[in-house]
Write a protein that binds this ligand. Sequence first.
Ligand code: CA
Length: 223
Amino acid sequence: MRVLVVEDELRLAENVARSLRESAGYAVDIAADGQEGLFLAESNPYDVVLLDLMLPKLDGMELLGRIRQSGQHTPVLVLTARDDKESVVALLNAGADDYLTKPFDLGELLARTKALIRRGKGQPSPVVVIGDLELNTVNRTVQRGGKAITLTAMEYRVLEYLVHRPRAVVSKTELLEHLYDYNWEKFSNVIEVYISGLRRKLNQGSSRQLIRTLRGQGYMLQD
Ligand code: CA
């Protein structure tokens, strides 16, 4: 999963980004002003956007309006300061999905971010079940047929993305764009390695292949 953080307080933005990377395994891009935020939001497929309101160049409310006018459904969590003039009602009416008042607890931010990503992908439960595969997004564990499977951090991230797009053809580019930050093109050769590692681990003790390769198109997770 890939998150955009639009926040001009650099220290806060970096704390949030570190927490998302380390505790959730998400890729994170940071924009330090509203214009950069809008540019990134329009040019990349984020799974969620964390948006400060008081921003240089283009304020958060304006940015939110522009994203929604362009028809983007990406969930947006607004970070509000106590003295922000916008009311919660105005925020929600402008297309925000949730909000959090500063100063906030990073654990709460993480939980709300995960919940928004899940809902954005039509998977409200934190435990995703596909056939005999079970993926727990809270403690990042995987089981197949009731048996725990140990994955590397990147294998888990690939599988987490695929289980949120079940029975869909997911191209290598889509995976790269959602698993890495703006540097994603540098990693284009590694996806096959993670997929083959995942296949080997998921198939222990089971003959049914969960991840199909569609030549020239991508991958499909199905039970
Ligand atoms: Ca600010």
